[in-house]
Structure formats: structure tokens, C-alpha cells
Design a protein around this ligand. Structure first.
Ligand code: SAH
Ligand code: SF4
Ligand code: F3S
Length: 515
């Protein structure tokens, strides 16, 4: 490639890569710590060639699962020595991709177009892609063919091996720099793309470094993967089978976080309330999500507990009781219903009915009156009729959500729904989507209005970028609150639970004043 030869290649180092490989440890996580140390040695030599410290930027697409993975990626890269930067032109760019809907894929391709230009200006730039989109063979094929400037591609199952992959990539690049190939009478440095994608894994590697984005709130994975196979959804194919972390490992991580000053924990999984399947407690008892919540609740220092996402089919009465009785579990449940029609729900393989969902939502609201419910809804699933869509509106009207994420159905290759007949006409989908938005807004829970004049407990999360005397935070039920503070000394507020007097209802958020 032309661009590789226009500037000094910083990867040409004198280092015995083979000797390092010859004595690599077999077990994890020791093996990865070993490679972090060795990659750090090579990194230093590369920096000497470059005459500066190399930076990285991990760009996250998609859900909280990916955000959490990006923290792990950042942890490993920082351990190697890379400096984390927000700069749009870093030395190492990682795109942590999502493929939940088609527009997620398009965003990644858009970014690649931009990165191609940057790499033409700086041929030493390293570009890596990882995450859900990389688990699709057609995507990787396309990248190999049309985006050959990429340096490293790996998937969702081998993130923990990033240090080893970076080391292998350094080895490849150094070898290429030492062995230029002759082409049309000129020597050129050969570019190669390192690709490592696993189909699935049953492994969970604990105790690797990570770099948490916030000091006061943190996400903790409790399950990986998904076994539900909703017929529209790509996640089970790109994230693999459901695996639960051991409760002891989860509680240990939460304790560590609490010791470091974290007060809000978000427990993460595609279906958190099926947590524990396949695990056994110390005395042989079943491991359940309700019990895990009880354990996390006992961790001193943790003030708020959230979780994402529960599935309606697995929402036990015991779980409702645990939430109702808890001082720490936030009064917010995100309970996706996707569609209201039983016919559509059956073809989506959601394994509940409109009636059973409404019964569950009713039970939760009766037992926990101050709960805020939010949801996910898909419009235009194959075969959805106007009548089916009316069932979706019925659910919105009856449950009265605080807010809802609404999506137009997006066809994902490889999922059962992609080959279903009667894909809904795009015009009809647009029309229904608009009606749904209006209905969600019209029937939104009016708790917002009731809060004016009240005192609320708000976790202060960030200073407003334009107005240093305004801080943004969230109430237990996830309501966003912007509130005025007397000084711009942010250490006094950020990461603290504060009493705020609510002064105004601005429909999607509340305004308030520190009392
Ligand atoms: N595991 C979670 C969420 C997974 S993805 C759950 O089951 O609730 C987040 C949301 O994206 C889903 O709830 C669904 O509403 C939406 N979604 C998933 N696949 C989609 C598709 N093919 N088209 C449109 N929306 C989709
Ligand atoms: Fe996808 Fe369904 Fe699993 Fe959620 S529960 S990740 S929608 S398959
Ligand atoms: Fe996207 Fe993967 Fe999450 S497909 S929504 S990043 S699990």
C-alpha cells in the first residue's frame, strides 16, 4: 500500500518476539498479565521511535454491555502504556461496534471512511475493530475486501485476550518493517490485518484490569450472552450462549468498587432475571437473581442498585418482593414488551402474552407504587397488522410508561424473522411509529408534575457543559434533574447523593435547586 511507505515506520524494533512466545503461561489471567508486560516492553521501543507516547481512543457503539467492554479494553491498553485520549486523531483507534439494527452498522462504516483518510495522513496509525458486528462472517469478509487498511479485528468472546493480540500485532508490524518487499522496483512495507474471531466461548476470565469511566457509579456484568432467541434479535448469535458469573466473583467486584468510593451499581445482562441458571450455591441451593440482589444489597457503601435488562417472562414474585423491600434498589424497572399483539409476540418468541405482561406490570405497580416503568417497543415486525399495532398502543395506554425506547423493526441477516413473509411496508411503519410516539407522550406517567415543590434525592453526575452552576443528576426512579448549586466547586457535588428541591417540570426532565 502506498500510504505505508511515506513516513518513518515506528514499528521497526529490535525485540525477540519468538523468545517471549516460547515461555508464555498457559492459564488465565496469568497469561494476559504476562502479555501486558511484554507488550509494554515493545510499546516503549515504539514510543522511542516515534519520539512520543502513543495515545488511544476507544469509540463505543451500542448498549451498556459494549460500554463496559470498552472499560476493559481501556484498562488493558493503559496497562500496556497507551495514553487514553479524547482526541479525534489518536495513534490507536478502536471501534467497539454494535449490530443490533442496520443503522448501527452504517455508523461504523461511516467512521471507517473517515479513519481511512486519517490513516493516509498518518500511516503509523493503528485501527482495530471489535464488538458485536465482528461476529458476523459477512461483515468481516467485507472488511477484508474493502477496508484492508484495518490492523486488527477481534470479536466479543476474546476481549480478555487483547494484550496478547496487541503483542501479536506488534510482532507482525515489526517483521514487516524489517522485511520490506520489492514491488515495481521499489521496496514497500507489507500491511497485514490480524483477524481473531471465535464462534463462541464458555469461558469467563476474571480479575483483568479495567479503567472505569466514573468514580461514583459502575456497571458490573452478571451474565454474558443470551439464550432467548427472540426471532428479530442478533444478540444470541453475536454474544453467544448465556453464562452467569459466580455470585462470589460479583460480590467481590462490588465490594472492591464500594471500597474505591462507588455508590451506584448497575448489574448488567441481556436477561438479568434468568441469572444463575447452571450455577449451584454453596449448599447446593439454586442461585437466583433475587438472591444475588440480596447479597449485593448487603455490601456496605453501596447506596443505589440498578439492573438492566429484566425479561418479563422471568419476573418472579420473589423478585418483586426483593425490590419492594429494598432500601437500595432503585425505583425504576426497564421492562421491554416489544409488541402488544399475542400473535406478534408468539412469532417474536417472547414467551409471554399481552395479558400476562399487563398482569405483571399491574402487580409491580401495586406492590411498589412509586416505581417508574420504562420499556422497549418494536414497530413493524413482519406480519404486524393495523389491529396488531392497536394492541401495542393498548399496552402503552394501560401501563403508562415514564418513557419508552421505540424502534422500527430492522431486518438482521441470520435471524428467523429476516426470512418471514409479509415484511411491513415502510410507509406503514413510519405512520405507526409516529402514532406510537404520540401515544407514549400522551399517556406518559404524570409523576413528573407531582414532583414540583418536593424534595428529591439526586445523585449528582456531571456539570453542565455551558453553565458551571448547573449540575445534572438522576433520582432513584431515573428521572433526570438539572439543579442549581451555589458554587462551581464541582468536587463538592459530583458523585454525591444530594437533597434537591424540585422547582419546575420541563416534561422530559425536572429543574431544581440544591437545598
Ligand atoms: N436484552 C434486552 C435488550 C436487547 S437489545 C431485552 O431483551 O430486553 C435492545 C432493544 O433493541 C430490544 O429490546 C429491542 O426493542 C430492540 N431490537 C433488537 N433487535 C431489533 C431489531 N432487529 N429491530 C429493531 N429493534 C430491535
Ligand atoms: Fe435479544 Fe431477546 Fe436476548 Fe434481548 S432477550 S438480547 S431481545 S434475544
Ligand atoms: Fe449492540 Fe451488541 Fe449491545 S449488538 S445492543 S452492542 S449486545
Amino acid at each position: 500500500m502506498k500510504m505505508e511507505n511515506t513516513v518513518n515506520n515506528i514499528f521497526k524494533v529490535d525485540y525477540d518476539f519468538e523468545a517471549v512466545r516460547a515461555v508464555e503461561p498457559v492459564n488465565e489471567p496469568e497469561r494476559q498479565y504476562y502479555y501486558m508486560e511484554k507488550a509494554a516492553e515493545v510499546y516503549k521501543l515504539i514510543c522511542e521511535n516515534a519520539g512520543k507516547r502513543l495515545t488511544f481512543n476507544c469509540n463505543t457503539f451500542g448498549c451498556q454491555m459494549n460500554f463496559r467492554d470498552s472499560e476493559k479494553i481501556a484498562g488493558i491498553l493503559e496497562k500496556i502504556g497507551f495514553e487514553n485520549t479524547e482526541d479525534k486523531s489518536p495513534d490507536f483507534v478502536i471501534l467497539n461496534t454494535c449490530t443490533i439494527r442496520e443503522n448501527a452498522d452504517q455508523k461504523v462504516y461511516g467512521n471507517l471512511g473517515y479513519l481511512k483518510k486519517l490513516k493516509e495522513l498518518n500511516p503509523n496509525m493503528i485501527i482495530a475493530l471489535c464488538g458485536c458486528m465482528m461476529q458476523e462472517t459477512t461483515v468481516v469478509q467485507k472488511l477484508r475486501e474493502s477496508y484492508s487498511f484495518i490492523d486488527l479485528i477481534y470479536g466479543t468472546h476474546n476481549i480478555y485476550k487483547l494484550a496478547e493480540l496487541v503483542f501479536a500485532m506488534f510482532a507482525l508490524k515489526s517483521y514487516a518493517a524489517h522485511h520490506p518487499v520489492k514491488k515495481n522496483g521499489k521496496y514497500k512495507i507489507k500491511h497485514s490485518m490480524l483477524v481473531d474471531i471465535w464462534k463462541d466461548t464458555d469461558k469467563i476470565v476474571e480479575d483483568l484490569p479495567d479503567e472505569r469511566k466514573y468514580s461514583f457509579k459502575a456497571s458490573v456484568n452478571i451474565t454474558y450472552g443470551c439464550d432467548n432467541f427472540c426471532t428479530y434479535c442478533i444478540v444470541p448469535y453475536v454474544r453467544g450462549r448465556e453464562r452467569s458469573r459466580r455470585p462470589g466473583d460479583i460480590v467481590k467486584e462490588v465490594k472492591c468498587l464500594a471500597d474505591a468510593g462507588v455508590i451506584e451499581i448497575m448489574l448488567l445482562g441481556q436477561n438479568v432475571n434468568s441469572y444463575g441458571k447452571g450455577l449451584e450455591g454453596e449448599k447446593g441451593e439454586p442461585v437466583t437473581f433475587a438472591n444475588l440482589l440480596r447479597m449485593v444489597e448487603k455490601v456496605e457503601g453501596i447506596k443505589r442498585i440498578r439492573f438492566m435488562t429484566p425479561h418479563p417472562k422471568d419476573f418472579s414474585d420473589e423478585l418483586i418482593e426483593v425490590i419492594a423491600d429494598s432500601e437500595k434498589i432503585c425505583k425504576h424497572i426497564h421492562l421491554p414488551f416489544q409488541a402488544g399483539s399475542n400473535n406478534v409476540l408468539r412469532r417474536m418468541n417472547r414467551r409471554y402474552t399481552k395479558e400476562s405482561y399487563l398482569e405483571l406490570a399491574g402487580k409491580i405497580k401495586t406492590r411498589i407504587p412509586d416505581i417508574a416503568l420504562t420499556t422497549d417497543i418494536i414497530v413493524g415486525f413482519p406480519g404486524e397488522t393495523e389491529e396488531d399495532f392497536e394492541d401495542t398502543l393498548d399496552v402503552v395506554k394501560e401501563v403508562r410508561y415514564q418513557s419508552a425506547y421505540m424502534f422500527e423493526y430492522s431486518k438482521r441477516t441470520g435471524t428467523p424473522a429476516a426470512t418471514m413473509e409479509d415484511q411491513v411496508d415502510a410507509e406503514a411503519v413510519k405512520r405507526r411509529f409516529k402514532r406510537l410516539q404520540d401515544t407514549v407522550a400522551e399517556y406518559a406517567d404524570d409523576k413528573f408534575g407531582n414532583k414540583v415543590g418536593c424534595m428529591a434525592e439526586v445523585l449528582a453526575e456531571e456539570v453542565n457543559s455551558e453553565e458551571p452552576l448547573i449540575i445534572t443528576g438522576r433520582m432513584s426512579d431515573n428521572t433526570l434533574v438539572h439543579f442549581k448549586v451555589p458554587t462551581d466547586n464541582k468536587e463538592d457535588y459530583i458523585g454525591k447523593l444530594l437533597k434537591v428541591k424540585i422547582t419546575e417540570n420541563c416534561r422530559f426532565y425536572l429543574m431544581g435547586e440544591l437545598s
